[in-house]
Design a protein around this ligand. Sequence first.
Ligand code: ITT
Length: 191
Amino acid sequence: MNRKIIAATNNKGKLIELVKILSERGFEVLSLKQAAIEIDIEETGTTFEENALLKAREIYKIAKIPVIADDSGLEVDYLNGAPGVYSARYAEPGKRRAKVLEKLQNVPYEKRTAKFVCCICYIDENADEQLFYGACEGKISYENKGENGFGYDPIFEVREGVTMAMLTDDEKNAISHRGRALEKFVNYLQK
Ligand code: ITT
């Protein structure tokens, strides 16, 4: 199987993960840059699926070849699910993790539960649309730890004392919300 697919994202961290996971499964993944598409899509949806659909449709309209879009975020139980769908806009760049840590100051460990969620939207060569979901449960740490990954990874503990940013790429992809959603996508195509 060698299928060409455009990854409809401007997020470098996501792109690296999408390329790694999908190229290992026989896909040829093109970035927006490689597809010569320069666009900043306004995410007007209020749910992960709405935004994933919106991004995939916008790129499919331009490229007319299969597209995959990822809408994802961090849901913190103590914050009633925030930052959630607004994870990318929760605070100024570079200040988002600090904002979560500050809001959870003095919150005991057992109440720091959170999950990463991901909705993948795939549009195929016939313009058929499919959605796939993945989640990864964990806890918010008390401080940043680890250098790998991106976004909220350094404050998301997958087990006590170990953040997502302390895992290797392969370890993250095996358990992450994105890895799980993509696994479902790959299984769907193999059926
Ligand atoms: P595109 O829309 O161009 O794909 P984006 O960064 O705006 O890029 P989202 O709207 O889906 O993407 O925002 C998701 C945010 O959630 C992202 O910016 C990160 O801050 C966070 N996030 C998602 N997946 C993550 C992961 O695997 N590790 C850490 N943070 C993640």
